[in-house]
Design a protein around this ligand. Structure first.
Ligand code: GUN
Length: 295
């Protein structure tokens, strides 16, 4: 049984990106810039954002954080995005979600210049992904990171049955569309299961590649998995654990102990998909820089 080490792959990727940034800097005198906007004080969001800034700096990119109070108006947020759209030193704009309730996420997403939308959330980028024009769009970092893991571990995907559990706009939908594309690490027959699916185990047991993005701790149990399947766990769930200093620990959507006994390969949580998301966000920022500079 293979444990897919996303931590290691993300470190390899970060080193590769660092080398690319250095060589582009030598040629152009410029470096990629990522600006992250965070509205309010959500603790998980603050931790994600700190991690993004740290990785950006490690790679040699310019990381800018704009912190806005929770009561910020939508108008002011849109104005800030507009200024970043017009700033040639900014190649990637990311507005951390969730946003406070009085701000409409779709309106904010639509305000970001699609060519700086390194999250791949803008309908133009999602539409190009559905059409299979990956050279012209940004693919959302989490699904893109999973594709990268399948690719680097040379997991056989051609013609396989990939079952995605979860239909979110950030993971489930782009993931299913990606696995459908005629790509080396994809080209699958794809099924999407969601909260209204009748008899989810009937579908998951048919999966050669099972991708869990539900947001429920331990949702996928061993009886739901075909022996020999490749299992990708996208879940990040906090559960109480009095043995930990923080009082909680992170687990995935997959019951790791049970499922790892029958799967052929599995991503752990933490250390699987999570670290890849940040690395692929950096890859998208570099890609944006290359496109803006004709490199
Ligand atoms: N909140 C949790 N994950 C993400 C992400 O990938 N992008 C943004 N913008 N917000 C998030």
């Amino acid at each position: 049984m293979l444990i897919i080490d996303g931590k290691k792959v993300s470190l390899d990727l970060i080193n590769e990106l660092k080398a690319s940034v250095e060589s582009f800097k030598a040629v152009t005198g410029k470096v990629p810039g990522l600006t992250v906007i965070i509205v309010g004080q959500d603790q998980a969001s603050q931790a994600y954002v700190r991690n993004k800034a740290k990785t950006c700096k490690e790679i040699g990119m310019i990381s800018t954080l704009i912190e806005m109070p929770a009561e910020t108006t939508q108008e002011l947020l849109l104005h800030t995005i507009h200024e970043l759209n017009n700033d040639p030193a900014v190649h990637g704009i990311l507005v951390q979600q969730p946003l406070p309730e009085h701000i409409d996420e779709l309106t904010v997403t639509l305000a970001i210049n699609p060519s700086k939308d390194v999250d791949g959330f803008h309908p133009e980028n999602l539409g190009l992904l559905v059409m299979g024009d990956l050279d012209k769009c940004f693919v959302s970092p989490t699904p893109y990171g999973i594709l990268e893991l399948l690719d680097r571990y040379k997991i056989e995907t051609q013609g396989k049955h990939c079952v995605v559990v979860g239909r979110s706009n950030i993971v489930g939908k782009p993931m299913a569309n990606l696995m459908l594309q005629k790509l080396d690490a994809a080209n699958c027959t794809v099924t999407i299961c969601h909260s209204a699916t009748k008899n989810i185990p009937f579908f998951t047991r048919q999966a050669d590649i099972l991708i869990a993005a539900v947001g429920h701790a331990g949702f996928i149990t061993a009886d739901m998995v075909k022996p020999g399947a490749v299992v990708i766990d996208v879940g990040i769930n906090y559960i109480d654990d009095p043995a930990k200093k923080s009082g909680c620990r992170i687990v995935g959507d997959v019951d790791f102990d049970g499922v790892s006994a029958i799967a052929s390969a599995i991503t752990p949580v933490p250390g699987g998909v999570g670290p890849m998301t940040i690395a692929m966000l950096m890859k998208n920022t570099l890609l944006s820089f290359q496109r803006f500079n004709g490199l």
